[in-house]
Design a protein. Structure first.
Length: 347
């Protein structure tokens, strides 16, 4: 069942069915209380759907829907229904609140109402609601805000952009790690979510307990003093890392005893050799591959598997002038040429 994001025009306090899916509840958004939600829904029922952040501020009770509430609504994606960028709404939020607060105070005094005076006389002229031309926040910032306010990533995941690297370099994910043998050495890619620094009881040496999250779930990494020095540079929350270590089922669920760690931007530096099977490509296969290799000169050897005249496969290494510097582009181009099953890496 699909989960629809929180939405000021469609969400209620609790989860609710909507067109065969579930609409996320507003009470689950951090910093938003029941009073603010009740005011929001009452205004929506009375005046119809909100049209913009300015329209929202005009219609709701701002004593309950204060700056913190509106900031949480914007950052959680609950105002994406206004079809503008979250960065734009945050920039004009103070202006929208100030104008609406002034209007509501004047209404309480009985001096005028918004609907009985021209817009230009009550501070809400057409030009006053123009949004500045801004870039949207980075994907990582958008997702970090969602995680902070909703408890999880809703519109995407920080690791989605590293899908190719995960497929190429990770042996396991948190889903299938339970199939590994106790003590088996594995390699995984994930996002560091928590870092707890501590010391050993006997020697008082530094070690760390780290939370790692991938696209499937979460797990715990244990970094003993012997590995701490090498890994310390990467032990920061929201850092995407490649980790290598041994699996332990000592407590009944898998943990990793980390031996090595690297940043995701260093993953291609781990490649020791490239292997390409050209046996199915015919005489033109090498020339096509060569045209790709010469564009990425480096120090990593490329091993080829070829057919000979007597139909036996042989392996050979290319000349040093065709050694490469591996990258995502090169890997994808070779796979596109020979196919995934005819390509592999030595790490």
């Amino acid at each position: 069942i699909g989960i629809l994001p929180p939405d000021v025009n469609h969400s209620y306090a609790q989860f609710a069915p909507e067109n065969g899916q579930i609409r996320y509840r507003l009470l689950a958004v951090k910093n938003i209380g029941a009073g603010a939600i009740e005011s929001l829904i009452e205004a929506r029922h009375k005046s119809g759907e909100f049209l913009s952040v300015f329209d929202f501020c005009r219609k709701v009770d701002l004593r309950l829907n204060n700056h913190k509430v509106l900031e949480s609504l914007i950052k959680s994606g609950a105002m994406d229904c206004f079809h503008c960028k979250r960065s734009q709404m945050m920039v004009v939020l103070d202006k929208a609140l100030d104008g609406a607060l002034h209007q509501q105070k004047e209404q309480e005094r009985g001096q005028f109402t918004f609907f009985t005076m021209p817009q230009e006389e009550c501070g809400f002229g057409k030009n006053d609601e123009l949004l500045p031309d801004l870039e949207e926040w980075s994907t990582s910032q958008v997702l970090a805000n969602e995680k902070a306010l909703l408890g999880f990533y809703l519109s995407g995941h920080p690791l989605e952009r590293y899908k190719n690297e995960i497929e190429e370099f990770a042996d396991f994910t948190t889903t299938n790690l339970k199939t590994a043998r106790d003590g088996q050495e594995v390699r995984m890619i994930g996002l560091i979510t928590t870092v707890k620094l501590t010391t050993t009881k006997k020697t008082n040496e530094r070690m760390a307990i780290v939370g790692l999250e991938d696209m499937d779930g979460q797990m715990e990494l244990v970094i003993f003093p012997s590995s701490y020095t090498q890994t310390a540079l990467y032990l920061k929350e929201s850092t995407v890392v490649v980790v290598k270590g041994k699996v332990s089922f000592r407590d009944g669920f898998p943990k990793m005893m980390v031996s090595e760690m690297a940043g995701i931007d260093e993953v291609y530096d781990l490649i020791k050799a490239v292997h390409v099977d050209l046996s199915h490509m015919g005489p033109s296969g090498f020339d096509k591959l060569k045209a790709k290799l010469v564009r990425f000169p480096g120090k990593v050897p490329v091993y080829l598997q070829l057919d000979t005249n007597n139909y036996k496969k042989v392996q050979m290494v290319v000349g040093e002038d065709l050694y490469v510097t591996p990258s995502e582009v090169l890997v994808e181009e070779i796979k596109g040429l020979v196919g995934q099953k005819n390509f592999s890496l030595t790490l």
